[in-house]
Design a protein around this ligand. Structure first.
Ligand SMILES: *Cc1c(COP(=O)(O)O)cnc(C)c1O
Length: 433
C-alpha cells in the first residue's frame, strides 16, 4: 500500500459499529449479522469495488435491507393447495392473530380464575370436540407422524400392530410407515397382499400379542384393478368388543366429509364407523398449523396422553392457539382454495392475462400434500413463456408458477384475490427482465 492508496481511508470496524444507524439496527439484528455486513462492506472497499467514503452508507443501506429471518413469503401460483414445499396450509387471518397474541405470556396452562395450574391446551381440545362431536376426547401433538408414533407406542410397544400390506405406505421424504412403526418398538404384523386384504387375514393375525389394529389411508396413491380391502365397519364388527383398539390414520385431518372429495376419509365418519381413535395432520385439509390430531374414545386418548412419549411430542402454545382459531374461525384458506369458483378464477386470470397480453388456458389444480390423488380441481391459468418462471421465483414477491409443457402457468386458486395486484406487478417485472 502506498501513501496515496485510498484504501487507507476505509473506516475502521469500531467506527462503523458506532454509527447511530448501526446502533439502532441492534434492536432488530444480532451482533454476528451486523459484523458480517460491516466486514462485507470493508472487503468490497479493499477490492476497490466501493469508495472508502461510501462504506458507511453502504453498511447502513445493507443493514436496512437485512432481516433476521430468511424464509421468504411466496405467492403460490401452482394450483396445488396443500403444497408441502411451501409449508402446506397457509393460516387464516384469525389464526395468524391468535398466533401473534399467543406469542407472549399466555394462559396455556393456567386457570386465571383460580390462579392455579390447569391442563394444557384445554381450549384447542374443546374446539376440536365441538367440531367433531363423534369424538369423546382429543389430543394435539406436534404433527401427524408424531400422533401415529404415540398411538402405536402407547398401544402396542413390545407387541404387534396388525396392518394390511396394501397400506404400508411412504408419505414423503423420511416417512415410511413400516420404519416409523418399527422405531416405536412395536412389531409390524403384516396381513393380506399389496392389492388384496380380506377380513379373514385380519382375523387370523389377532392374538394375545396384538397391541392394536391399524388402518392407514393410503393418501398419495391408488391401487386399481383386482383389489379389495376391508372397510372400517366390517373390521369393527370382527373386532367386536374384544378390547383390541382400532386405530385409523386418516392423514388429511379432515374433520367431516367434504362433498368435493368423496374418497377422502374424515374423522366423524371413521369414528362413527367404529375407529377407537383417529390420527391426522393439522396442516393438510384441516387448514391449520403443523400439528397432529388425535380424536376418539376417551379411554384410548387418555392412554396416549398418559404415555411419557406424549411429553416429547407435545404441541407448543403457538400451535394450540392457531389450531383453535382455525377450527373455530371461518373457512380456512385451504378450504377456500379447494372450493374456489372456476368462473371467478377465470375472470381473475383474464384480467392479468389481458394486462400483459397473455392467454388464459384451462388448468386443473390439485389437493396436494398427499391428499386426494387424481382428483382434478378444474380452473384456469395465465400462460406465459417458460423462461419467465425463473424470474418470477426470484422476484419480490416471489411467485411459484407451474412449469408444464414448455410454458409457465399461473393458477390463481391459491392466491388470495387481494394479492392480484402484487401478482400482476411481479408478472410485469418478470416479463420486462
Ligand atoms: C401426511 C400423512 C402423515 C404424516 O403427517 P405429518 O403431519 O406430515 O407428520 C401420516 N399418515 C398419512 C396417511 C398421511 O397422509
Amino acid at each position: 500500500m502506498t501513501q496515496l492508496d485510498p484504501r487507507r481511508h476505509i473506516p475502521r470496524t469500531d467506527q462503523l459499529l458506532a454509527l447511530p444507524e448501526v446502533l439502532e439496527a441492534r434492536n432488530r439484528l444480532g451482533e454476528p449479522m451486523i459484523r458480517t455486513v460491516v466486514l462485507e462492506a470493508q472487503e468490497q472497499a479493499r477490492r476497490g469495488e466501493l469508495a472508502p467514503d461510501d462504506v458507511a452508507t453502504a453498511v447502513v443501506t445493507a443493514l436496512a435491507a437485512r432481516a433476521p429471518v430468511s424464509l421468504r413469503p411466496v405467492l403460490n401460483a401452482t394450483g396445488v393447495v396443500v403444497h408441502t414445499n411451501l409449508g402446506r396450509a397457509p393460516l387464516s387471518p384469525v389464526a395468524v392473530d391468535a398466533l401473534v397474541s399467543a406469542s407472549g405470556y399466555v394462559d396455556v396452562e393456567l386457570d386465571l380464575g383460580t390462579g392455579t395450574r390447569s391442563k394444557r391446551g384445554v381450549a384447542a381440545r374443546q374446539a376440536l370436540l365441538a367440531a367433531c362431536p363423534a369424538a369423546e376426547d382429543a389430543l394435539v401433538v406436534n404433527n401427524g407422524a408424531a400422533a401415529l408414533v404415540l398411538a402405536t407406542t402407547a398401544l402396542a410397544a413390545g407387541r404387534e400392530v396388525v396392518v394390511s400390506r396394501g397400506e404400508l405406505i411412504e408419505i414423503g421424504a423420511g416417512f415410511r410407515l413400516p420404519d416409523l412403526i418399527a422405531s416405536t418398538g412395536a412389531r409390524l404384523r403384516e396381513v393380506g397382499t399389496t392389492n388384496r386384504t380380506h377380513l379373514t387375514d385380519y382375523a387370523d393375525a389377532l392374538g394375545p400379542d396384538t397391541g392394536c389394529v391399524l388402518k392407514v389411508h393410503p393418501s398419495n396413491f391408488r391401487v386399481t384393478g383386482f383389489t379389495s380391502g376391508v372397510a372400517l365397519p366390517e373390521l369393527r364388527k370382527m373386532l367386536s368388543d374384544n378390547g383390541i383398539p382400532l386405530v385409523v390414520d386418516l392423514g388429511s385431518g379432515l374433520l367431516e366429509p367434504d362433498p368435493l372429495l368423496p374418497d377422502e376419509p374424515d374423522a366423524a365418519t371413521a369414528l362413527s364407523q367404529g375407529a377407537d381413535v383417529i390420527t391426522g395432520s393439522g396442516d393438510k385439509l384441516l387448514g391449520g398449523p403443523q400439528a397432529g390430531i388425535v380424536l376418539g374414545r376417551a379411554e384410548i386418548v387418555a392412554r396416549l396422553a398418559r404415555h411419557p412419549l406424549a411429553r416429547a411430542v407435545r404441541a407448543d402454545k403457538l400451535t394450540l392457539a392457531a389450531l383453535e382459531a382455525t377450527v373455530c374461525g371461518g373457512p380456512a384458506p385451504v378450504i377456500q382454495a379447494l372450493h374456489a369458483d372456476p368462473d371467478v378464477l377465470r375472470a381473475r386470470a383474464e384480467r392479468i392475462a389481458d394486462a400483459v397480453g397473455a392467454a388464459v388456458v384451462p388448468h386443473d389444480g390439485r389437493v396436494g400434500g398427499g391428499g386426494a390423488p387424481g382428483v382434478p380441481l378444474p380452473g384456469w391459468a395465465v400462460r406465459l413463456p417458460e423462461a419467465v418462471a425463473a424470474r418470477l421465483r426470484a422476484g419480490d414477491p416471489a411467485v411459484l408458477p407451474r412449469v408444464h409443457d414448455g410454458a409457465c402457468l399461473l393458477d390463481l386458486r391459491c392466491i388470495p384475490e387481494a394479492d392480484d395486484e402484487r401478482l400482476l406487478a411481479a408478472v410485469r417485472t418478470a416479463l420486462d427482465g
